[in-house]
Design a binder for this molecule. Sequence first.
Ligand code: FAD
Length: 384
Amino acid sequence: QSDQAPVVIIGSGLSGYSLARELRKRDSDLPLMMITSDDGASYSKPMLSTGFTKGKTADELAQSEAGAMAEQLNMDIRTHTLVTGIDPQTHEVLIGSERLTYSKLVLAWGADVIRLPDAVSGCGRVCSINDLEDYRYFRRMVEGRRRFILLGAGLIGCEYANDLRNGGFDVTVVAPSTQVMPGLLPEAAAEAVQNALEAEGVTFHLGVAAEAVSEDESGAQVHLGDGAMLQGDLVISAVGLRPRTSLAAEAGLEVGHGIRVDRLLATSAEDVYALGDCAEVEGQVLMYVMPLMAAARALAATLTGTPTPVKWGAMPVMVKTPCCPTAACPPVESDDGHWDVQREGNNVRALYRNAAGDLLGFAVTGDYVIEKQALAKEVPPLLA
Ligand code: FAD
């Protein structure tokens, strides 16, 4: 029975739609269904953190509605439908009490924002922005407000800081790390980005955590671990993302940091695959667009009869801080090497080499950003 059932994709983000497009390039008739808890609009998530710089509202960011996508890709799309479980033994997806049979199942259900404790996140003036719905809400909240406090100095926190400044707002960033983007950038490159953001008017409180947020008629008060108190109108929490794994774990699938898959993007359950922000591919969770596009191409080939392992070359991450253009290929944690840093003002070229002189990673800012492609060619692939 499951042989005639559709290939079911859960999630209508870049992973779900990229896979559907790649499948359609190979097979125009394959029965295909997408189930998504949101409205199914196709949009480019990276645009969320350049909304003010590019002058885009939430509606302008939505490239196509679900109906148009369903027609274009010749597939059924069930929107506003939350999958509540999966049953790999019977090849069924659970939607409350409804059961829906699949031939192959693809989990493309993304990552959740990490929620800070209730003392911080419980306040109505704290929001996070991880999808178009969040963005729509945020743009409504922005009306008539001027002072923003950003919790988190990672890639997304820094991008929102730059974007909000470009929108003419007051921006303060608070984070427990002592530098911006600690997982991505070496100190010198992080300093360059921070200096450039400060020159734009962003204020930083690093090395200290927000312990509580309260509100009154004057706005929100962010109480810091060092006793200081910051006053703002709205607080944006951008402290990181965690792959959605709970439904997979409940169904008995192997999970680690993400849903564990092999190079064919196959989970530990037969006929169940995963890609994108929710997936851990041979130990690596890469929550970026380039890895998910490569995964979508490989998986489409596999699902249409040509088993194709995903390959990941070195993929530089571009940080969308226009005040200090930045690109980085962080070395893999186990790599043993040292940073060589060249720096003139906010132009930094930081190269991570091993004892033999091989380039294992890099970060470039300002004028050096043009070197990113050439440098990436020298860095070993993530999955050869
Ligand atoms: P998502 O887009 O999160 O999609 C998940 C989908 O699953 C959604 O449709 C959701 O509704 C659905 N879903 C979840 N649970 C269920 C359920 N139980 N039942 C049904 N449906 C469900 N990457 C870059 O490479 N470059 C950038 O410049 C960049 N900028 C970024 C800026 C921001 C602000 C953010 C937040 C991310 C950025 N990223 C960037 C990361 C990149 O956008 C993501 O890696 C990518 O969009 C993830 O796509 P996805 O389809 O895997 O997940």
